[in-house]
Design a protein around this ligand. Structure first.
Ligand code: GRF
Length: 198
C-alpha cells in the first residue's frame, strides 16, 4: 500500500510539481493526497489543481499570533485527507513544537543550503558573502529546531565567479528538483541513509 503524502507550500510550488510528478512513477511508495497552503492565492495551488491533486488553504492571517490554533486547523485538514507523510516545499510559516512533535518522523523539508550551514533565510547571499566555493540544498526530517533534524540528502552546486544570489538560487533550485523526489522516494520506502548527489 502506498503512503499518503501531503505537500505544504506558500509560493509557486516548483518543488511540489516535481514531487507530484515523481509519485506517478509505477511502483512509487507514496501518492499525493493533498496540497495545502497558508496563502489561498499561492500559485502552487493552481499548479496542483492542474495536476489533478486535491488542494486546500488555511489562511494564517485571521489567526493572528495564535499559531497553535492555525496549526490545529492544518492538522485537522491533513488528517481528514488521510495524510501519512508531509513534505514542506517552500512553506513559509515557522511551526510550533507541538505541531512538529505531532508529525515527527513523518515530515520532511527542503532547505536551500548545505545544512548545518545557513539555517533561516537569505541562504544564497550568505554563501556568497562568506566566499564559499560551493552551495547546495538539503532535505531533512523536521524537528522542533528550525532547519535542523536528520539529513536525508544533499546536492552540491559550485559557486561561480560573479554569481549573484539570484543566479545561484536558480542553479540550486534545479538540484532541489532532483534531490527532493529522490529523498521522498527513499523515505517513503523506509530508507534513512542520507543520499548525496553531486
Ligand atoms: C525553495 O528554494 C526551497 O528550498 C525553499 O523555498 C523555495 C520554494 O520554491 N524552502 P518552490 O515554491 O518550490 O518553487
Amino acid at each position: 500500500m502506498t503512503r499518503a503524502c501531503a505537500i505544504l507550500l506558500s509560493g509557486g510550488g516548483s518543488n511540489m510539481v516535481k514531487l507530484v510528478e515523481s509519485m506517478a512513477a509505477p511502483g512509487h511508495p507514496a501518492r499525493p493526497v493533498l496540497v495545502m497552503s497558508n496563502d489561498p492565492e499561492a500559485g502552487g495551488l493552481e499548479r496542483a489543481r492542474a495536476l489533478g491533486v486535491a488542494t486546500g488553504a488555511v489562511d494564517h492571517r485571521p489567526f493572528g499570533k495564535d499559531r497553535p490554533a492555525f496549526e490545529a486547523e492544518l492538522t485537522a485538514r491533513l488528517e481528514a485527507a488521510g495524510a501519512e507523510l508531509i513534505c514542506l516545499a517552500g512553506f513559509m510559516r515557522v511551526l510550533t513544537e507541538g505541531f512538529v512533535r505531532h508529525w515527527e518522523g513523518r515530515m520532511l523539508n527542503i532547505h536551500p543550503s548545505l545544512l548545518p550551514k545557513y539555517r533561516g533565510l537569505h541562504t544564497h547571499a550568505r554563501a556568497l558573502e562568506a566566499g564559499d566555493a560551493e552551495a547546495g540544498c538539503t532535505v531533512h526530517e523536521v524537528t522542533p529546531v528550525l532547519d535542523d533534524g536528520p539529513i536525508l540528502g544533499q546536492a552540491r552546486v559550485p559557486i561561480r565567479p560573479g554569481d549573484t544570489p539570484e543566479a545561484l538560487a536558480a542553479r540550486v533550485l534545479e538540484q532541489e528538483h532532483r534531490l527532493y523526489p529522490a529523498c521522498l522516494r527513499r523515505f517513503a520506502s523506509g530508507q534513512r541513509e542520507p543520499l548525496y548527489l553531486s
